[in-house]
Design a protein around this ligand. Structure first.
Ligand code: GDP
Length: 393
């Protein structure tokens, strides 16, 4: 599936930068265009793979390239004012060759949190292609303002996109690691999961698969809107020549005729699908009640079979209670892994979101209280007790 990716803010820019690198490294063919947008010049300069002419600095007249801090209302205002500058970078994208837009952003900060929903609204007005969001939730240790920003941005972003894919930093943070080192690892995880998912609809070359995942299947799974999460599991395998090729016959390998033992292949697939669905999701949630799902099995063609995918699809139907579970292969030779990626679209039972909203409401109340208090305190300081002094004018 070919995407035009727009990364907002520091997190968004870094993640899209990594997607570009992933795309080149794996020749995945998913990033048709990549744009980074920020109010902070330094963050744009820190990117490596997104070309300089695709890095857009917005809000120069307001914040002089220094960013908006964690003020996402200012971030949203600036994005509205400077949306033409972002559009300018998108204008050079051959949109007719793109299957969808993907707007990537951390939701806890200022620029991305405020701007991403603004651009989603703008793109949806102009283009017929779907507009998806990839939103990153902050860690719960980041503090009240980040949680409040995220809760407000989440609500708005879901409303403006055709589907919001969510990654929760909180579920993935590791203790004892530097924040930067932690983010690098987390960003790898994000790009790997979404890279396989979107890459599935973009198979190039002469690979033979029993049932390809077409990009329309990804689009149909995401259609209907709401919030999505992604599961992943993989197992190392020994790469073999497909279908008992010359090499395996010459070396007397057991992998004759049909390549590999069918039962083992099927079992490996079903167990990987269970691990992916029941393991750590990008946004942890209850999978029961998911509206639509897509299962992608990636790996060397000899390790993929229709039976395994069919069984896993049925199992996913039972677990989610959904009647709309799609599945297929993504043949990748030379990876040394069989991997299962599961897209759960339209999830509704997400305790983490409810908790985020609760903390956000408390933070909002605290902020209001502190603001009121400081107003009173300043008033008390500036004015004399009996109000005997008068201001100059
Ligand atoms: P902005 O530049 O004002 O949009 O804010 P940032 O992108 O710097 O931060 C917003 C939120 O994104 C933070 O609260 C973090 O939760 C998260 N974040 C920042 N950098 C990264 C990153 O590299 N990877 C991930 N996964 N999250 C990040």
């Amino acid at each position: 599936m070919k995407l035009a990716m727009i990364g907002f803010g520091q997190a968004g820019g870094k993640i899209v930068d990594k997607f570009v690198e992933y795309d080149k490294r794996h020749d995945a063919g998913i990033v048709k265009a990549a744009v980074a947008v920020n109010t902070a010049k330094a963050d744009l300069m820190g990117l490596t793979h997104i070309p300089e002419e695709k890095r857009v600095l917005i809000g120069q007249s307001r914040v002089k390239g220094h960013g908006v801090g964690a003020d996402n209302e200012l971030g949203a205002e600036i994005a509205e004012e400077d949306v033409d500058e972002v559009q300018g970078a998108i204008d050079s994208v051959p949109v007719h060759e793109v299957d969808a837009f993907l707007i990537v952003s951390g939701l806890g900060g200022g620029t991305g949190s405020g701007s991403a929903p603004v651009l989603a609204k703008h793109l949806k007005r102009i283009y017929t292609e779907p507009v998806y969001g990839l939103g990153v939730l902050p860690g719960s240790d980041e503090g009240g303002i980040y949680t409040l920003n995220a809760a407000r941005s989440f609500q708005t972003f879901v409303r403006e996109v055709d589907n919001l894919l969510v990654f929760d930093n909180d579920a993935w943070r590791k203790t004892g690691e530097s924040v930067q080192g932690g983010y690098d690892e987390i960003n790898e995880e994000i790009v790997k999961r979404f890279g396989i998912l979107f890459g599935a609809g973009e198979v190039t070359g002469g690979e033979v698969a029993e049932s390809f995942v077409d990009s329309s299947e990804i689009i149909n799974t995401l259609a209907g809107g709401g919030v999505s999460t992604v599961g992943y599991a993989r197992e190392e395998v020994e790469e073999v020549q497909n279908s008992g090729g010359l090499l395996s016959r010459l070396t007397g390998s057991k992998n004759e005729d049909d390549g590999l033992d069918t039962a083992r292949t099927t079992n490996r697939i079903t167990s990987l699908v269970r691990k992916a669905a029941l393991g750590r999701l990008t946004l942890p949630c209850e999978i029961d009640g998911t509206e639509r799902a897509l299962l992608v099995m990636a790996g060397p063609p000899a390790y993929l079979n229709r039976k395994g995918i069919e069984r896993s699809r049925k199992w996913l139907e039972e677990q989610t209670g959904s009647m709309e579970v799609r599945g297929g292969d993504y043949p990748v030779t030379g990876s040394g892994f069989v991997a299962s990626v599961i897209l759960l679209s339209g999830v509704t039972n997400v305790p983490r979101i409810k908790e985020l909203q609760q903390v956000a409401i408390e933070a909002q109340e605290n902020i209001d209280e502190i603001n009121q208090e400081s107003e009173t305190n300043l008033d008390n300081l500036v004015h004399d007790d009996e109000d005997e002094l008068e201001s100059l004018f």
